[in-house]
Structure formats: C-alpha cells, structure tokens
Design a protein around this ligand. Structure first.
Ligand code: FAD
Length: 463
C-alpha cells in the first residue's frame, strides 16, 4: 500500500511522486483529470503546460537557470523530460508540450512504486492518510479549496493574485524618494521609517492619471469575471480606480497624508506612491496598492514617470490572475506542512511560487521532505544561497509584518536574484580594476551562481 499520497498530477505533483519513488517508497498520485476538468487544462496528460511552452532561460548565471541546474543535479523528472523534448529557443529551455507531457505520463506509469489514480480529492484527504502532499495548483478544484480554506481561515487562502509591481531597492533614486512610515508610526517590526515614498506634484499627478488612461491594458474579459467574486473587494486595478474619478487614487493608494518630503521642506506632496519592503533581505520593494492589468511594457513606461522611479528595475510587474494560493509564510511551517494539520504538506503554485519550473522545484523539495518524514529522518534544509533554498525561504519566511499593511503582502513570485542573500565578498573586480555597469552585474550573477553550485554540491555530498 502507498505510504505517501500526492494530490494533483501537474508539474509539482508529478515531480513530488517521482522523488518519493526515487527514495524507494510507495506513493499514490491522485489526478482528477479527465474525470473532472479545470478551466485551463486541455488534455488528460500529467504535467500539462497550460500556456507557454518555455521553462525560461537555461543560462546558469540566471536565477531560473540556476534552478534548472539544481533540479538536474537532484534527478528531477520534469527537467529530464524537458531536456529530452526541447525545441530550439535561443538561450531558453522550451519544449514540445505534447511530447513533454506524454514523457512525464509514461515515466510515471512505468515507475512500479507509483500508483496513478484518476480521481478528484473533493475535500480534506481521508484521516488515515498521514503523509499527504497537496499539489493541486492555481486551479485547485473548488471542493478541495473550500476544505483547505476552512482550515486556514478565510484570509489565508486567496483565489486570485493581485500583484503589485516589485522594484529592486538599489534602482530607486533616494535623492527624490525618502524613507518614512505614514505619521511616523512604528509597527511590531517597524522603525517609523519603513516605507519608501515617491512624491508627485499636482501636474505630475494629472499627467500620471492621463498616462494610466491612455496605457495599453490586458484581459478585460478575465477581469470582469473577477469583478463579481466576493474576494475581489479592495483589490481593484489602479487603472480601474483611476477611471472611477480623477481624484480616486489620491484618496486611495496615492494619498499624501502623514508624509513630509525632506527634499522639499515646506512643500507638501500632492500625491505619494509608497513602496513597502517585500523580502527579508530588503533588496526588493513593492508598490503598495498598485495591482494592475496594464501590459508589461506600458507599466514600465508609466511607472518610470514617477519621481524616484525613473531608473526603476522591476523584479516583477503587476498583474491580476485567477490563482489559488496560501498565505504560506503564515500557515506553513519550514517544511511546507500546514501548521493547522501537519499531515498535509503543500507543493507547487498553491504555495505561492509562480511558474512551471518553480512549481516543479517545490514539488521536488516536498517529495524529499515527505520521504524523510516517513523514514523518520530529519530533512536538512537546502542552503539559503541555492535557488531551491532561496525559493523555499521566500515561501516559508518571506512575509514582512508592517503596520497599516492592508491586504496581505505575500504574493506569488518567480525565482529572482532579489531572493538570494547578498554576496559576502567584495564586489567582483577584474585584474585589480573595479567593474562597473553591466560588467559588474554580470560578475555578480556569476559569483552568486558559483556560490550556489558549491553550496548545493556540499549539501548533496553530506547526504
Ligand atoms: P498544475 O500544473 O495546475 O497541476 C495541478 C493538478 O492538480 C492539475 O493536473 C489538476 O487537474 C489537479 N487537481 C486540481 N484539483 C484537484 C483535486 N481536488 N483532486 C485531484 N487533482 C486535482 N507558468 C509558467 O511558467 N508559464 C506560463 O506560461 C504559465 N501560464 C499559466 C496560465 C494559466 C491560465 C495559469 C492558471 C497558470 C499559468 N502558469 C504559468 C503558472 C503555473 O506555473 C502553472 O499553473 C503550473 O502548472 C503550476 O504547477 P502546479 O503543479 O502547481 O499546478
């Protein structure tokens, strides 16, 4: 009989089941398709790619390429199938989606320790399953999602993501912006100067509103679908707020009250955009209340018109999508188990990572953790300097408590360099010459990549 149950045969679930079998344990994989469909999947294949066929850059000096490399080193089924069915795509790892999914389905079917059951788990898994991985993805079936929501509480399972753009801290011009919390309030983890503030004059505000109105938008239809869900309140896209009245934003996320610009003594800002710390390392800041359906290029253009953000480098752009995900830093423990019911472990996009590869990576980690639990062994965490470690830390510990935080600030994220601890060494140099600009950035990435490779090798060596 299976000792571990994996619910959901997508990117994360297929990988988790594979890793458990590699540990010599019996596992049941429960996939509801084709018995029950999702709004996005077209086939009954495991690990179906619902949209793009790209696993993104394979270059090991990119954050995503580092994740590929680490998964290869750990015998990932998803990366193995991707490598076997890749199509030409420049520096990206892109796949023939049909052959890729068929390959994963066949490898799972032929693995004798995995039993594939085509059924929906339409509620909490039976009580006698004591080691379960839930990897049901962004489109988790409603019956299961509701049951999980009963355990987590209403606020800690979201049904869509309202993503505000995230900016690299070092790209913000602090000669124009300044640090201050509204009314200098210091919360439980705050100093009274927790937010970065970007000021706008009346003219700048008026132009900003016009720019929003004129900018190119995406997916109006998809948006309308959200508009009548009860979960939508308080998360309107900024361009929709702006359409409701020219002053709406100034009374909402752009309100200037309780803030004093030290660069222009005596002159009150007409409107302010606040950015809130987004990761524990304070390398990333999100634009508070700035979820948007503008096209990505339009976001870059419009947001760089904001004083202080002229040179902003975005770690991710804003969006609004259907997405079931947990407030993981709050409800999961460091080993991805639900604190309210630790026999349930979560993996994949439902944990608040984003992307095919990231989902599979968390599936890989969850599989190893579940296997270790069954064997009564302690799972040694991945080093924080590896892409796997950085991603898991974002999910389980990335939440920053700040005052007047509004809606929960935890939002799904792709792997990116902002999630890695900074290099301890001095900035890289070449033959004694200090590097600058693009050369310096490339050297830094190469150093982060080399550090991760070394640390993962040591981790594997110690197994
Ligand atoms: P999935 O791959 O969705 O797997 C979950 C599985 O669980 C599914 O097979 C589902 O049928 C099954 N399931 C659900 N509920 C139950 C249940 N109760 N019982 C049994 N089985 C169940 N990422 C990218 O990198 N690139 C993209 O282009 C991209 N496009 C996306 C487009 C859409 C419309 C969506 C929703 C997401 C997209 N993503 C994309 C994000 C994400 O990477 C993928 O959704 C990815 O497939 C997530 O992997 P997963 O394993 O967590 O979930």
């Amino acid at each position: 009989a299976p000792v571990i149950h994996v619910v959901g045969g997508g990117l994360a679930g297929a990988e988790a089941a594979w890793q458990i079998a590699r540990q010599g344990l019996r596992v049941a994989l429960h996939e509801m398709r084709p018995v029950r469909k999702t709004p996005a999947h077209q086939t009954e294949g495991l690990a179906e790619l619902v949209c793009s066929n790209s696993f993104r850059a394979d270059d090991p000096t990119s954050a995503i390429g580092m994740l590929h490399r680490e998964m290869r080193a750990l015998g990932s089924l998803i990366i193995l199938a991707a490598d076997a069915h890749k199509v030409p795509a420049g520096g990206a790892l892109a796949v023939d989606r049909t052959h890729f999914s068929e390959c994963v389905t066949r490898m799972i079917a032929e693995q004798p320790l995995i039993e594939l059951r085509r059924e929906e788990i339409a509620g909490l898994p039976p009580r006698d399953w004591d080691n379960v991985i839930i990897a049901t993805g962004p489109l988790t079936s409603p019956a299961l999602a509701e049951a999980v929501r009963d355990l987590t509480g209403e606020k800690d399972l979201a049904f869509f993501d309202a993503i505000a753009p995230v900016v690299h801290r070092e790209s913000i011009d602090m000669d124009k912006a300044w640090l201050q919390s509204r009314y200098d309030k210091a919360g439980p983890a705050g100093t009274g100067a927790d937010y970065i503030n970007c000021p706008l004059t009346k003219d700048q505000y008026e132009s900003f509103i016009d720019a929003l109105a004129g900018a190119e938008k995406t997916g109006a239809k998809e948006f309308e679908q959200f508009a009548d869900t009860p979960y939508f309140n308080g998360c309107l896209p900024i361009e929709v707020m702006a359409e409701r009245g020219r002053e709406t934003l100034r009374h909402g996320p752009m309100k200037p009250f309780g803030l004093t610009n030290p660069h222009t003594p005596g002159v009150k800002p007409y409107a302010v955009i606040q950015l809130r710390q987004d990761n524990a390392l304070a390398t990333l800041y999100n634009m508070v209340g700035f979820q948007t359906k503008l096209k990505h290029h339009a976001q870059v253009e419009v947001f760089r018109s904001i004083p202080g953000l002229e040179q902003a480098v975005f770690a991710r752009l804003g969006g609004l999508h259907r997405n079931t995900f947990l407030n993981s830093p709050k409800v999961l423990d460091h080993a991805l188990r639900l604190k309210a019911d630790p026999r349930l472990r979560f993996a994949g996009q439902i944990t608040g990572c984003e992307g095919y590869v990231e989902s599979a990576a968390i599936g890989l980690a969850a599989g190893l953790m579940a296997a270790a639990d069954h064997k009564g062994e302690a799972f040694r965490p991945f080093p924080a300097t590896t892409a796997l470690g950085a991603l898991i830390n974002h999910i389980t510990a990335g939440h920053i408590e700040t005052i007047d935080a509004g809606p929960p600030s935890f939002q799904p994220m792709n792997i990116n360099f902002g999630l890695f601890p900074p290099l301890a060494e001095k900035p890289p140099s070449s033959e004694g010459r200090r590097l600058r600009g693009a050369e310096k950035a490339a050297a830094k990435k190469a150093a982060l990549s080399a550090r991760a490779q070394r640390d993962l090798a040591a981790w594997i060596g110690a197994q």
